[in-house]
Design a protein around this ligand. Structure first.
Ligand code: NAG
Ligand code: NAG
Ligand code: NAG
Ligand code: NAG
Ligand code: NAG
Ligand code: NAG
Ligand code: NAG
Ligand code: NAG
Length: 522
């Protein structure tokens, strides 16, 4: 969920050849693995105990120093992010600790260094309440705890609402606090504008107060109809990144499925899953984006034509052969849309992308993928300015693995996207290969990112044995996402598991908190 941006290069496009359509969906069989579930649970408990001992009620654990950091408002981000995972694991001790805590969070005051992010705050603190009113109602010893959690979400949304008070209604992402007030920012990006609707609409649907959903939908409207089209929409459905808050115009064409853009695309189809009647237009825009991605963006490394990556773009004529760990959610998201829309061709394409991201894991010394990876496109001239060869000291590695790692991007920050996509691949196919891939990734992370018994940390270099040292931060999304998807892919059937037919009862927000789909009879 980091909005890092990477420098750009130049040209060409490649179309991918899809395998013959197969049947996915109804009748898919799954197998649960109790031994693997126990291992993921052990990692969760070890992470939680370290956080609870050394960092609670602050945002995150700094494991080497056994201390804490407040980088998400100082409202206990790790506890809030661990909540839905603890519920799914039925971890009663942890559930109780978190449920006691959430009603006490003081959202009127914040502890932050530079700003409070509307996006990062929304996906964590506004996303985490639904399971409690669904299947886990009984977990709350009294109903007042349940309504206290919802009241906290309402109060926080009321505080955040000032972000939307702009000439266009496009929110400003970064706020100062006490009292909440937006920074002086002239643009916002499509991920931070377009990854609010699910949480804010859900809050409206739950409370009967339309104002929350309306705020998020107003900003989103500028992304559904990008202007001016020649700048904002370089390929049908695929957009530039930055939008003027003053007038709603796109200011550049550059974009990708990676950080800064990613979850805008993710939420188009997830809104349709959430409420098919209301969000048909969002679905159409998602289809346009995926069709363009299939038509213009697939790229195969010159040394490994068996791998498929999605290129980024500078504009409608020039691609950039670089992708990111963050972008690796794309395979899973396209598979989800393929299931929901009954489109085996999308599922096939999503599986190709999942296979490419798997390649970035198994190719490295640690068995974990890097933050960013580059390759040389097999169909674009090797002397084209946008298709450079790898640096000499990575050319042997590129020969073998089909990607290289740009300087500064060798790290792994406990990100979930690759395992998240394995999860969707498994739910669509029932193929145990994907469970094995997820288990292997879990074992590698457990072996490389454990800080003794003091929880987990990101590592500095996935391509040296042992990981090259710790980043010394246990990110809150480690609880919400990595551990949840690692668990769910090995778990027994449950109402929140992604359904292989069209009948999803839950949809995961971008932080992997389950949101109850409209019409789910619970
Ligand atoms: C597209 O981007 C490339 C790389 O930045 C640049 O060289 C080219 O001039 C741009 N083309 C257009 C039409 O803007
Ligand atoms: C799966 O079942 C649903 C009804 O439950 C049906 O609408 C759909 O067409 C089926 N999909 C496939 C791929 O057979
Ligand atoms: C805010 O959090 C930091 C750690 O990120 C801590 O050092 C500091 O004491 C906290 N400030 C307050 C006022 O609690
Ligand atoms: C906001 O920033 C713009 C451009 O950087 C500047 O012209 C304007 O004066 C600033 N407004 C405030 C209230 O600081
Ligand atoms: C919109 O605002 C941007 C600056 O944020 C400016 O560059 C652009 O010209 C404006 N567009 C229109 C149509 O006013
Ligand atoms: C690339 O090489 C081809 C053939 O060798 C040549 O015709 C072309 O001008 C070169 N292009 C660039 C950008 O150097
Ligand atoms: C390759 O060389 C560059 C420049 O000297 C250096 O920064 C980088 O760490 C080296 N990478 C590897 C994998 O050896
Ligand atoms: C995970 O790591 C812990 C701590 O190193 C270890 O005790 C445990 O056995 C590992 N789990 C698996 C399944 O290897």
């Amino acid at each position: 969920m980091v909005l890092s941006r990477w420098a750009l290069g130049l040209l060409g496009s490649a179309a991918s050849v899809l395998a013959a359509p197969a049947t996915y969906g109804n009748g898919t069989q799954y197998q649960s693995h109790p031994d693997r579930l126990a291992a993921v649970q052990e990692a969760f408990d070890r992470s939680w105990d370290a956080y609870y001992t050394y960092a609670f009620p602050n945002d995150g654990l700094i494991p080497l120093e056994k201390t804490y950091i407040n980088d998400l408002g100082g409202w206990g981000a790790s506890a809030v992010d661990a909540f839905s995972t603890a519920l799914i694991m039925n971890d009663e001790k942890v559930i109780k600790q978190i449920l006691d805590f959430i009603p006490k969070i003081d959202f009127d005051h914040a502890n932050y260094t530079s700003s409070i992010s509307l996006f990062e705050t929304t996906i964590r603190y506004l996303g985490a309440h639904d399971l409690l009113t669904g299947p886990y109602k009984a977990m709350a010893e009294d109903e007042s705890a349940v309504s206290a959690v919802l009241d906290q979400a309402i109060h926080l949304a009321d505080l955040l609402s000032v972000a939307f008070d702009t000439p266009t209604g496009i929110p400003i992402n970064n706020l100062d606090w006490e009292p909440p007030r937006p920074k002086n920012e002239s643009t916002n990006g499509i991920a931070t504008i377009g990854t609010l609707v699910l949480e804010w609409v859900r809050l409206s649907d739950k409370t009967g107060q339309e104002k929350y959903g309306k705020l998020a939908e107003k900003g989103e409207a500028y992304l559904l109809n990008p202007q001016p089209q020649n700048i904002g929409e370089p390929f049908p459905g695929l957009l530039g990144t930055d939008v003027s808050v003053a007038n709603g115009s796109f200011v550049s064409s550059q974009g990708s499925w990676g950080g800064g853009d990613d979850s805008f695309y993710e939420y188009l189809i997830k809104m349709y899953v959430y409420d098919t009647a209301r969000y048909d237009t969002y679905k159409d825009r998602w289809i346009a984006a995926v069709d363009s991605s299939i038509k213009y963006l697939p790229s195969h490394p010159s040394t490994r034509e068996d791998l498929t990556f999605l290129a980024a773009w500078y504009n409608s004529t020039t691609l950039k052969y670089q992708s990111q760990h963050l972008a690796c959610f794309n395979g899973g998201n396209i598979i989800l849309g393929g299931l929901v829309l009954n489109r085996p061709d999308y599922i096939e394409f999503g599986l190709e992308l999942v296979n490419g991201c798997h390649g970035t894991y198994i190719g490295t010394a640690t068995g974990i993928g890097p933050e960013v990876f580059n390759w040389q496109d097999s169909k674009t001239a090797a002397n084209a300015t946008n298709n450079p060869a790898p640096p000499a000291n990575q050319s042997a590695f590129y020969q073998e693995s089909g990607f290289w790692i740009p300087a500064g991007a060798e790290y792994y920050d406990l990100r979930p996207e690759v395992i998240e996509s394995y999860y969707y691949a498994y739910r669509a196919t029932g193929d145990s290969k994907y469970q094995d891939w997820a288990w292997d990734a879990f074992l590698r992370i457990n072996a490389t990112c454990s800080v003794g018994d003091v929880g987990f940390s990101g590592i500095k270099n996935v391509n040296v044995p042992g990981g090259g040292g710790f980043l010394d931060h246990q990110e809150s999304f480690w609880f919400a996402e990595v551990l949840k998807y690692s668990y769910l892919i090995q778990a027994e059937e449950a109402p929140w598991q992604v359904s292989a037919d069209h009948d999803n009862q839950w949809v995961f927000n971008t932080e992997a908190h389950p949101v109850k789909v409209v019409g789910t009879p619970i």
